[in-house]
Design a protein around this ligand. Structure first.
Ligand code: BV8
Ligand code: ZN
Length: 246
């Protein structure tokens, strides 16, 4: 069943040049990746994500945290971008200033071809020194130990932003600027619970943008946006692209 879009929204899209999009785990759900909140299955079911995705957890139990991310890295490696990712990559070509801001760390937007992409929470595929040596491409993986930095010997860690850690400054500042200057802001596949990402659509609204939510379930944002499309982003986004270029 094709999604019906109000004509005034499509008309506005057609005359707009500045569009910003925030995505969350929901856009990768149809690629077979569990969303953040229901990712806890199997051995991970006994942990709350917030208890694994923190610097304290890594200090306390580095192997457990390293294995948690190694498992997710394998999962993401086996996943393919879905029609929602590809529709966003195609939409980008139709606007002078299209900024895709993602909370996801699975790398699927980049693999779908999105160019102007801001990974607010890092990328699962990148590994970095837990001190200051930066990203490390090769390391010696011994069984049952957390690998160490070839330069300084410190433990390696996933290049992702944990709870209680600051977001990368360039990505955050650029995302805030896009939210504050866009004409239309889409919030897609995110429960809107994690800060400061969850404030971006609010700031966009305060700055006069039309805000659109595309999400399977209601969220704290749902009552504050101009349009809500309840359903799967992998189905709604291709319909939106079709309506835009019809
Ligand atoms: C920061 C990387 C400054 C790691 C992630 C108290 C103490 C300390 C901190 C805080 C505090 N209160 C608030 C904070 C700030 C904290 C925070 O927000 N906590 C929350 C839990 C309250 N934030 C931070 O710490 C951030 N840093 O603020 O720095 C600072 C410094 C020091 C002290 C204080 C502040 C850092 C946040 C980044 C954390 N890292 N990811 C990893 O992934 O392992 S966040 C992680 O969770 C994801 O990246 C993602 O961002 C988030 C999950 O959210 P969603 O993507 O929305 O996914 P979710 O599953 O929740 O929802 C999916 C939605 O999709 C659902 O609504 C579902 O209906 C929908 N859906 C499902 N399928 C589909 C679909 N929709 C459409 N189609 C479908 N097919
Ligand atoms: Zn190092």
């Amino acid at each position: 069943m094709t999604t019906k879009f109000p004509l005034e929204l499509i008309a506005l899209l057609r005359v707009s040049s500045r569009v910003a999009v925030l995505t969350g785990a929901g856009v990768s759900q149809e690629s077979g990746l569990r969303t953040f909140r229901d990712a806890q299955v199997g051995i991970w079911a006994q942990y709350r994500p917030e208890d694994l995705a923190t610097p304290e957890a890594f200090e306390r139990t580095p192997r457990l945290v390293w294995d948690f991310y190694a498992t997710r890295r394998e999962g993401a490696g086996g996943a393919e971008p879905n029609p929602g990712h590809f529709a966003l990559a195609e939409m980008e070509k139709h606007f002078a200033k299209f900024t895709l801001i993602t909370q996801n760390i699975d790398g699927l937007h980049a693999r779908a071809g999105s160019q102007n992409l801001l990974e607010l929470h890092g990328n699962l595929r990148r590994i970095r020194c837990s001190r200051t040596c930066g990203v490390v491409d090769e390391w010696e993986q011994l069984p049952d130990v957390v690998p160490t930095c070839p330069r300084c010997g410190a433990m390696l860690r996933p290049d992702v932003v944990w709870f209680g850690e600051n977001l990368p400054q360039y990505e955050l500042e650029t995302a805030i600027h896009a939210a504050n200057t866009c004409q239309i802001f889409f919030s897609i596949g995110t429960s809107g619970l994690v800060q400061p990402a969850a404030s971006l659509p609010v700031w966009a609204k305060q700055n006069g943008a039309v805000v659109v939510e595309i999400n399977y379930d209601p969220t704290p944002l749902s009552n504050h946006v101009d349009y809500v499309f309840r359903g799967k982003s992998g189905e709604i986004l291709p319909d939106l692209l079709k309506a835009l270029i019809a």
